[in-house]
Design a protein around this ligand. Sequence first.
Ligand SMILES: Cc1cc2nc3c(=O)[nH]c(=O)nc-3n(C[C@H](O)[C@H](O)[C@H](O)COP(=O)(O)OP(=O)(O)OC[C@H]3O[C@@H](n4cnc5c(N)ncnc54)[C@H](O)[C@@H]3O)c2cc1C
Ligand code: FES
Length: 241
Amino acid sequence: MECRKLIIQSNRPLNAAVWEMKLYGENLTSAPGQFIELEVPDCCLKRPFSVADCREDVLTILYKVVGEGTKKMTALAEGNKVCALTNLGKGFDSSSSVQPLLVGGGIGAAPLYFLAKEFAKKGIQPVILLAFRCAEEIYYMDEFDEVGNVLISTDNGSLGFQGNALDALKEYSPNFDIYFACGPLPMLRALAGFSDKGQLSLEARMGCGFGACMGCSIITVSGPKRVCKEGPVFAAGEVIF
Ligand SMILES: Cc1cc2nc3c(=O)[nH]c(=O)nc-3n(C[C@H](O)[C@H](O)[C@H](O)COP(=O)(O)OP(=O)(O)OC[C@H]3O[C@@H](n4cnc5c(N)ncnc54)[C@H](O)[C@@H]3O)c2cc1C
Ligand code: FES
């Protein structure tokens, strides 16, 4: 597994906690739902981040500052070089969806931007339900607006429907053939209970990030599976929560 050297093209805050980092490297490719493992200075383990966009040699990640590693990432400046494992995991299978519904909770919306753009390229406008705790936590609103029909919910009602993602889904009741979701585990569990016509992008604490350590295993109906290798995207009916 080769660690690629990438150059930071930009690294900027989008709100009080979420940052956008653009990384440059020749012939970068990725599919929506895949992730990278980024080496952070002075941290022994790499950190996994979903690909939020990838085009013309530039790969974008959106990250929430939650601890030591992500705090250090905010200090990385334009022109700095970082190492990353790229093209990791199995992404969303969007090939058979013509009426997609994308459901993102908090920072979980990040990989859905890439997916929404892929649908838009095929002439399909997805419904994108974005759930946040409050209006101040919203990011990429204009970007999502350009590629889909955006619905918002906030826990405190400061913007859009007041309530969680599942309550909002029941309220807005959009038509869909397959839903594609990423967000906190309780949200994914609730969605899987609501409908099995979906794909869920899961998170787990990771060691290697490419299938070697088994550190990220989850239980599925067909036995243990590694989030980094067989996932992070799983069929909604497959995961045992
Ligand atoms: C496949 C995958 C894709 C991800 N995509 C994104 C993304 O696009 N944007 C983003 O902001 N984050 C994403 N994450 C989570 C991100 O990797 C962690 O937030 C990050 O590694 C935290 O590093 P830290 O050193 O700042 O925090 P730490 O100091 O290591 O931990 C701080 C807190 O964050 C929690 N945490 C750390 N890692 C994880 C994890 N992997 N899953 C759940 N909780 C964790 C810890 O339990 C602790 O409470 C993803 C995780 C996975 C597995
Ligand atoms: S993180 Fe090592 S197997 Fe998934």
